[in-house]
Write a protein that binds this ligand. Structure first.
Ligand code: HEM
Length: 282
């Protein structure tokens, strides 16, 4: 897959295959032809292409990360911490790659962004269904986030299913309870379709885990893997916020929000809240 074939006529036994009856096996696997023909800029501005492709690249990373977190949630349900940790750790590398993809958009000036902004109409990343699934897996559930997707049956069905499934954090708390830690019943039996709200008792559980690290070494490792995830999601939100502030100041968003002021509120949210607050008590 990685070699460039030599010029026709110079092929030896050590050169890659050139003859395929149909499309190449690479194409059959990667569907590169499909993937590289999904770019349809809406303006003539040469700077729009990288905006569009960066957005598509981020959608692909969201897809991989959702896959990892679904794997992690399933493994936790089966008390398989090693498999969950592998998936969470893969996701932190992927989150780092996702966050690095802000680079080409991080320094847009308002004039550059204006060159294609109006062509975007009322399209906005706010309407990203895969980002919403990612937030749902973190415990940040909201039924109203399904509303924009009413017209897209497959997407809507996937989101609806994700809304009612336990998040990664719900699975972690259930596992802590199975390990004998005093996670309150109302947390374990909470309405999964609503946003997870921090609980003082869960904070006390994490405090106990971290304070008695020798007894709970596997859970400390799990707690730290989740904290890495939380930190990197927070970084994505903040990088997005800063890029937006640079590109459009305090104008309203194409999706109809107050723009930067709204994103500031979103970026203040803590992922896996008690894993952060418990640290004050250890
Ligand atoms: C510099 C370029 C960008 C600007 C100026 C920008 C601006 C905004 C604004 C103002 C919002 C708030 C909703 C609205 O009113 O539209 C928003 C939301 C959002 N944007 Fe961007 N954005 C940029 C790039 C991106 C990229 C590349 C992605 C990748 C998919 C993205 C994903 C999102 C997501 C997921 C939300 C919803 C966040 C949430 O629900 O908390 N944005 N963006």
């Amino acid at each position: 897959m990685t070699h460039t074939p030599e010029a026709p006529g110079s092929e030896g036994s050590d050169t890659p295959n050139l003859d395929f009856a149909g499309t190449t096996p690479y194409e059959d696997y990667v569907q590169a032809d499909v993937l590289t023909h999904l770019q349809h800029p809406l303006s003539d501005d040469p700077g729009e292409m990288v905006f569009l492709v960066t957005t598509q690249v981020m959608e692909l990373w969201f897809t991989v990360i959702v896959h990892e977190w679904e794997t992690a949630a399933g493994a936790l349900r089966q008390d398989d911490i090693p498999v969950a940790l592998d998936a969470l750790r893969r996701s932190t590398r992927e989150l780092e790659a996702l966050n690095a993809s802000w680079k080409p958009l991080a320094n847009l000036t308002p004039a550059q962004f204006n060159s294609y902004r109006s062509a975007l109409g009322d399209g906005s990343g706010f309407q990203s269904a895969m980002y919403r699934r990612l937030e749902f897996l973190l415990g940040d559930k909201s039924a109203s986030m399904l509303v924009p997707h009413r017209g897209a049956p497959r997407v809507h069905a996937e989101l609806e299913k994700a809304l009612h499934e336990p998040s990664v954090y719900d699975e972690v708390l259930r596992l802590l309870a199975r390990r004998g830690l005093p996670v309150p019943r109302e947390v374990l039996e909470r309405d999964l379709s609503t946003k997870y709200e921090p609980s003082p008792e869960v904070e006390a559980v994490w405090t106990q885990v971290y304070t008695q690290g020798d007894h709970h070494s596997e859970l400390v490792v799990l707690g730290e893997a989740l904290t890495d995830v939380g930190e990197l999601v927070w970084r994505w939100r903040n990088d997005h916020l800063v890029a937006t502030r640079r590109a459009m100041g305090s104008k309203v968003g194409t999706g109809g929000s107050a723009g930067v002021a709204w994103l500031e509120k979103r970026a203040r949210k803590n992922v896996f809240p008690e894993l952060w607050t418990a640290r004050s008590h250890v």
